[in-house]
Design a protein around this ligand. Structure first.
Ligand code: GDP
Length: 140
């Protein structure tokens, strides 16, 4: 296994409940290192661009509206097989289906307000990191 990077978002339901630290601790305890982090308020255009792959799905508008409903924390995470490590600690999209001990089982409110985003491939991780961070903002 190699040390790789992935992209994470702590979503508005989590920042609203003051869970930035709680979520980040679970990421760190899973072996991931935060090598870039910033709290931002996404614009509708930014959120629509980020989720463009979902634009045909029935929940697209609701998802975008949710993602701009409050601040988010965007992060670059580094670790062994970071994409898979992060997806494992995140848990299933629907918290009802998520394993015990995962972030979504612990914190998510619903299938939409599910506390975290994580890239689903190395390729998408690179695209998503570049969408929010300049290279000099990432310090490993
Ligand atoms: P993820 O990779 O586990 O985040 O899941 P997806 O890529 O399938 O979906 C992206 C995000 O859209 C999820 O994290 C949820 O916030 C939201 N989402 C997914 N499925 C649904 C749904 O059926 N209804 C609603 N309202 N939101 C959904």
């Amino acid at each position: 296994m190699a040390v790789t990077r992935t992209f994470s978002i702590i979503k508005p339901d989590a920042t609203r409940r003051n869970l930035t630290g709680g979520v980040t601790k679970m990421l760190e305890d899973a072996g991931l290192r935060v090598v870039a982090s910033k709290r931002i308020q996404m614009t509708r255009e930014q959120a629509e661009g980020f989720y463009a792959v979902h634009s045909e799905r029935p929940f697209f508008n609701d998802l975008v509206t949710f993602m701009i409903s409050g601040p988010v924390v965007v992060q670059v995470l580094e670790g062994e097989d970071a994409v898979l490590t992060n997806r494992t600690v995140m848990g299933a999209t629907n918290p009802d289906n998520a394993d015990e001990g995962t972030i979504r089982k612990t914190y998510a409110e619903s299938i939409e307000a599910n506390s975290v985003h994580g890239s689903d491939s190395d390729e998408n991780a690179a695209i998503e990191i570049e969408y929010f961070f300049k290279p000099e903002e990432i310090v490993g």
